[in-house]
Design a binder for this molecule. Structure first.
Ligand code: FES
Ligand code: FES
Length: 168
């Protein structure tokens, strides 16, 4: 089936088997291998990308569901010469070890701060009617779908705190 994905600002026409996941379309067909396949079952978050500004697990979504959608992968967030602030903060705070989970962590972290800014409540928020704040607990809860086998969680939280402007 022919579809058109807008990936990192570029229109990318594809002809795909309708069973192809968005993750496989990005990695195997567009050769954007920054997005990682960890579990392929929606359990690890390594495949997180932004679709129309919202984060999703790309392994759980069929590519044909995204005809015309704007997709941002780690390759589209920043460049080596001009890193996205979240990428720069991950480097500064050593928010990774092996790096396999990192593209998904960074895409998710960017989305988390936008969710907090939009006032989307979370499971750990005491007052659901109050505006959420970018506390350490909030960020850890909202990032809980992104697993890091290397255990870089503390440094990831520090990187997010810096970008959120709440670094102590
Ligand atoms: Fe998609 Fe693990 S590869 S959640
Ligand atoms: Fe290795 Fe997260 S940095 S899995």
């Amino acid at each position: 089936m022919p579809i058109m994905l807008k990936v990192n600002g570029q229109s990318r026409p594809l002809s795909l088997d309708t069973r192809t996941t968005l993750l496989d379309a990005l990695r195997e067909h567009l050769h954007l291998t920054g997005t990682k396949k960890g579990c392929d079952h929606g359990q690890c978050g390594a495949c997180t990308v932004l679709v129309n500004g919202r984060r999703i697990n790309s392994c759980l979504s069929l590519a044909i569901m995204h005809d015309g959608d704007e997709i941002t992968t780690i390759e589209g967030l920043g460049t080596p010469d001009k890193l996205h602030p979240m990428q720069a903060a991950f480097v500064k705070h050593d928010g990774y070890q092996c790096g396999y989970c990192t593209p998904g962590q960074i895409c998710s972290a960017v989305a988390v701060l936008e969710e907090i800014a939009r006032g989307v409540p979370s499971h750990v928020q005491e007052d659901l009617t109050a505006a959420p704040r970018a506390t350490n607990l909030e960020m850890r809860e909202r990032m809980s779908g992104n697993i890091c086998r290397c255990g870089a969680y503390s440094n990831i939280a520090e990187a997010m705190a810096e970008v959120a402007g709440v670094a102590g």
